[in-house]
Design a protein. Structure first.
Length: 367
């Protein structure tokens, strides 16, 4: 693809309007192009029927609407699908679709690798290479919709109903590109997924939590996994920078919390590590007064991991204590374990590459 051509998936709607005007196209062309791309999944300008022939030819010279390259597709016996995606610089990411009776959830990656090194997470064993662009994030969703034949986007019975930013990487360390891609997903003139059906998961990058609540208004999930700083420092090392007291106070003030809009606390159940009855009681105290739901996640093993999943009895006891305190605490059913697509199992085959060899499309945040 010529470097002179612009990837339209990297544009917000306002940026697309500016692009059209700067290339002497009428401003309303942006709305037409946007709808073709995000309502109908159209890649080729000559298929955009309400655009003049001359403008189609011109657009073909200056822009393109790509699809990500898929290296492998894995299908689980439970219906979960995982895509291994190879990017233009040959780095790789993974994207997952999880079908359930009442919804279909797409789990999107935000970075190649991860810098947080959470000890129980497979992605954390892969060095951070770079942030993804907005086009690479939205592109994951579009390849899933292509595969599922889920266009046009607003049709009844759509297969993709929910988005979770819970794939590879820490979304809030790539905030600008993640927020741009989420706004594209929510656009009424496009894919049109409600903010109430989008969940942004973070390990606790405090400076961006409030910003996400104000700018995006999506659901917030916190990768908690421990109820004291000593243990969380080991499981989730970013806690050494943003400790539990800071994290809980920030979450307490997350915009528009209510009984119908709760924070989800993700808590991986690790045998003899964080699964005692005292841990459950301390969790209840920790989040007291915050509209909350607790997702208890049985640990999903991966090659080389030294943790074990909590026993069923420990998980049931933990859940009962939390539920008796008035918090919903569903135990997450593992999905896609057999293809390493379950929570904490994602890891691409991208090797650690010297920075001088990487075409870093988006700079890394330093917080």
């Amino acid at each position: 693809m010529s470097k002179l051509k612009q990837n339209l998936l990297d544009f917000s709607f306002d940026e697309l309007q500016t692009f059209c005007i700067s290339n002497n196209l009428p401003k309303f062309r942006a709305t037409q192009i946007w709808r073709w791309i995000y309502c109908f999944g159209t890649q080729l300008f000559h298929e955009m029927k309400n655009i003049s022939k001359s403008d189609k030819a011109f657009l073909d010279q200056i822009a393109y609407v790509p699809r990500l390259n898929v290296s492998e597709i894995y299908e689980s016996k439970d219906g979960t699908i995982k895509w291994l995606v190879k990017l233009d610089d040959n780095s790789e990411i993974e994207t997952v679709y999880i079908p359930q009776d009442d919804r279909g959830t797409v789990c999107l990656s935000s970075q190649v690798g991860c810098t947080l090194n959470c000890s129980f997470c497979h992605t954390g064993t892969q060095a951070l290479v770079r942030n993804l662009t907005a086009g690479e994030i939205i592109g994951q969703l579009m390849l899933v919709m292509d595969h599922l034949k889920d266009w046009p986007s607003g049709k009844n019975g759509r297969k993709v109903t929910n988005i979770v930013m819970m794939g590879m990487g820490e979304p809030l360390l790539n905030y600008e590109e993640v927020s741009k891609s989420i706004k594209i997903m929510m656009s009424d003139d496009g894919i049109s997924i409600s903010r109430r059906r989008i969940t942004l998961s973070t390990s606790g990058i405090i400076p961006f939590i409030d910003k996400a609540g104000i700018d995006l208004g999506v659901n917030l999930a916190i990768s908690l996994h421990a109820v004291n700083d000593e243990l969380r420092n080991k499981l989730v090392p970013i806690n050494k920078k943003y400790n539990l007291e800071q994290l809980i106070n920030t979450c307490r003030n997350y915009p528009n919390l209510s009984n119908s809009r709760r924070i989800t606390w993700e808590y991986v159940m690790l045998r003899d590590i964080n699964d005692t009855e005292d841990d459950a009681k301390n969790l209840v105290k920790l989040i007291s007064g915050i509209p909350s739901k607790i997702n208890l996640i049985p640990f999903n093993p991966w090659p080389g991991s030294f943790f074990e999943t909590s026993t069923k009895q420990s998980i049931d006891n933990f859940a009962k204590i939390v539920m008796d305190a008035g918090f919903a605490s569903p135990v997450r059913k593992p999905r896609g374990q057999d293809i390493y697509a379950a929570c904490g199992q994602l890891k691409s085959e991208t090797e650690k590459i010297r920075k001088s060899q990487i075409n870093k499309l988006v700079p890394l945040h330093t917080i």
